[in-house]
Design a binder for this molecule. Structure first.
Ligand code: ZN
Length: 180
């Protein structure tokens, strides 16, 4: 996986870039949690759940299909006041879906572990993207600090944080230019 903090940063960048005007305060934590939540499946890793199972790490929980389910659930839990299928409602749903999916894409850009089951539950095949520049982060916090944490952070800064900052900057400029 990429580290939790970098997944959160990617979620923050995407949610800032695509936020509808006047989003309520709860929008931000919900979006950031959606960015890190796919790694809840890594808890199963500690119970030695094999990668061959759909619910194992980077399996169903990392799929866009699960992202769609979770996005609907988040809308139901936190944005019930929005008119169903209105432009704003769809915008929130799309951001949560995007943020969730960004997690799997970032993991598929890492150079370790197993691939991501993008098409789960329809196919259990694991995928990496053809280019994997992000140094994979160790699973445990202890090995993150003991082990190669610094090189992980450097590669995540280059491939996640910088593009994220650029995306936020670009979206701000577009909003200024179009006075949105
Ligand atoms: Zn992950």
């Amino acid at each position: 996986m990429a580290s939790i903090i970098s997944h959160a940063a990617a979620g923050a960048a995407l949610s800032i870039a695509f936020a509808p005007g006047g989003a309520p305060a709860r929008y931000w934590p919900v979006a950031i949690v959606a960015a890190v939540l796919p790694d809840a499946d890594s808890l199963l890793y500690y119970y030695r759940v094999s990668y061959s199972y759909a619910l194992s790490h980077r399996g169903f929980f990392h799929s866009p299909f699960m992202g769609l389910i979770v996005s609907f659930l988040l809308m139901f839990l936190f944005f019930r006041g929005e008119t169903l299928f209105s432009g704003r409602w769809l915008r929130y749903l799309l951001v949560f879906f995007l943020v969730w999916t960004s997690h799997g894409i970032l993991d598929a850009l890492t150079n370790g572990g197993r691939g991501v089951a993008f098409f789960s539950p329809f196919s259990s095949k694991r995928y990496f993207l053809p280019w994997t520049p992000i140094q994979v982060s160790p699973m445990s916090v202890r090995s993150f600090f003991n082990f190669r944490g610094w090189s992980v952070l450097k590669s995540e800064f280059a491939w996640i944080w910088l593009p994220g900052l650029f995306l936020v900057f670009l979206s701000r400029m577009i909003r200024v230019w179009t006075r949105y």
